[in-house]
Design a protein around this ligand. Structure first.
Ligand SMILES: C[S@@+](CC[C@H](N)C(=O)[O-])C[C@H]1O[C@@H](n2cnc3c(N)ncnc32)[C@H](O)[C@@H]1O
Length: 285
């Protein structure tokens, strides 16, 4: 965000593990959802980045958590939405615990893990058992939760006494009681199809809550796996600046188009909003 200015948007076409255009400590909050390892939808994306298999896919993501640590201010929060995967490989059917792997690897990058949120999606569909589920013992439990993993960089964020932005960002009692409980079961998944492609988008309510819970007005929120930009639009709506990074050419083009459609076109004279066409280039300010 330009100091004292209106909240702005910057988009970068680049990779989450190389955020060269973002300075150390430039960001107060990261809300993101990476491609999920071992989910077939993201196989080609990982393969294009040289990764095949659970460990190699998490090696790619670990680079992003390392960069996240660098660009966050002390006390800044990293919120990662991710689900586990169920998959057979080499004839073995098993759970691939993405949440546990990210907890371990982000901690290794220096983050302190905090209690996480289980996002249990309301569904009308019956559980997909292996077999009927009535006859023990071969059924397995339905994978109907995603995780919102939460990490802090260092100690608590410090503010001057009675800081106006902080007090102006106050939560209501019911927001606090509800959002800080460990299970969220009232948020439906987002429509995922856009132009015939599955996007992996999360519903706007997820970043809206996280932005309100873990940042104050005037902060800068980063999504290094920006996708359709759900985090970015939520941050801007809530008076925060937003930085988005997206690696995929088509997804980046659609994101930039959407920013223009929302009137967020780059201009040196205009608001602090910019769309960068180049790979990881500092965008117009
Ligand atoms: C699960 S989706 C994010 C969806 C997003 N939360 C939304 O609501 O639209 C993951 C995104 O990360 C992008 N991606 C994959 N590898 C990346 C990388 N190395 N750096 C940045 N983005 C990457 C994918 O193209 C995809 O758009």
């Amino acid at each position: 965000m330009t100091s004292g200015g209106a909240p702005g948007l910057e988009l970068f076409h680049g990779s989450a593990d190389r955020l060269r255009s973002i300075k150390n400590g430039e960001v107060q909050l990261i809300v993101t959802s990476p491609p999920y390892p071992m989910i077939p939808q993201w196989d080609a994306t990982f393969r294009a980045q040289g990764a095949d298999g659970f460990d190699a896919m998490h090696d790619v993501l670990e680079g992003a958590w390392r960069e996240a640590y660098r660009v966050l201010v002390p006390g800044g929060i990293l919120a990662i939405v991710v689900g586990d995967a169920l998959r057979s490989t080499h004839g073995e059917f098993r759970l691939w615990p993405n949440h546990a792997e990210i907890l371990a690897r982000a901690s290794r990058c220096g983050f302190a893990p905090l209690p996480y949120i289980l996002w249990k999606k309301p569904t009308n569909k019956p559980n997909a058992f292996l077999g009927s589920g009535f006859l023990p013992p071969n059924a397995y439990v339905t994978l109907d939760c995603e995780f919102v993993l939460l990490f802090r960089r260092g100690g608590l964020r410090r503010f001057p006494p009675h800081d106006a932005e902080r007090y102006g960002s106050r939560l209501s009692r019911s927001e606090r009681d509800h959002w800080f409980s460990q299970v969220w079961s009232d948020v439906r998944g987002a429509a995922q199809l856009r132009d015939g492609r599955r996007t992996g988008a999360f519903p706007p309510e997820i970043p809206r809550r996280l932005v309100r819970m873990f940042s104050v007005k005037g902060d800068t929120v980063l999504d290094p796996f920006a996708g359709t930009g759900t985090t970015l639009w939520a941050a801007l709506e809530l008076g925060r600046s937003a930085i988005g990074v997206e690696w995929d050419d088509d997804a980046y083009a659609r994101l930039a188009e959407e920013a223009r459609g929302r009137g967020l076109t780059g201009s040196e004279e205009g608001p602090a909003t910019s769309v960068s066409g180049g790979r990881d280039r500092r965008a117009l300010r």
